[in-house]
Write a protein of this length. Sequence first.
Lengths: 135, 135
Amino acid sequence: MRCFAPPFAKREKQKEAAGGRNGAYMTDMAKELHHPERDQIELSAVLEALSEPTRREIVLRLTEEGESPCQAFDATAPKSNLSYHYARLREAGITRTRIVGPYRMISVRVDDLAARFPGLLDSIIAASRARAQAG
Amino acid sequence: MRCFAPPFAKREKQKEAAGGRNGAYMTDMAKELHHPERDQIELSAVLEALSEPTRREIVLRLTEEGESPCQAFDATAPKSNLSYHYARLREAGITRTRIVGPYRMISVRVDDLAARFPGLLDSIIAASRARAQAG
DNA sequence: CCGTCAGTTCAACAATTATTGAACTCCTTG
DNA sequence: CAAGGAGTTCAATAATTGTTGAACTGACGG
């Protein structure tokens, strides 16, 4: 946690104009993201994460295309909404995200999920595919 | 919908005492409950319903013991909370409830779920069993 | 350094979920 | 009919989820 960032002179001006924010962002946007260990992946978190349609679509496409840049999903939803969904998927142990310069590559932890909950991801993917084809 | 129930004289008194409720319950508590048709069962609803631990426990026990009276789960949570969970399971198409006098028998729609999302319920049950044994 | 881009964080907001306890409805029995 | 039991409904509440847009951070190139 870096808490000694210098004052943002430019930001002070913008704050006055936008009239929105108090306090500074002091969050450390790390170069390595946290992922739960395989044995920490919880069934409830996985089921809940995958019950949401946007997140299920992301996972479906990732299983079809393999590791992809987050950018590949830009047309799916606004950036900040996607950030939220990526975080939910990652925290649930469903995806892995690695930082490559200004980009992020995201992939499904297929092996971990299969080891942890055999058949679960496959059945959800299959159901999603059937739905996508019928729709 | 029965809308011509007589005024509840006794209830009027209790309302004064309890100081809580306005208006009459006019909901028709039918003898037959609505269940979605097999092809109306939605993946999101199923995943979300089963992401909740109490509901998952109910379903797990039902698959082990077969159709059971709701009473069998009385120790799991308070009655009103159970009513809520039963309704969520039923609406999601996961369980079937039939009314037998003052009792309700509840069962899992195993065949429907298997037909609709092959392998899904099995993998969730298996994961829940593994968890129950480890816990 | 500045400007741009990729993606995140934040706060606000609306919607939804899960829980609670009292009142309710329906059924059964005496 | 009254009483009791099974289970539901209702309204209130707290917590959580999903969305939004502005501000932010870090990387990169000129």
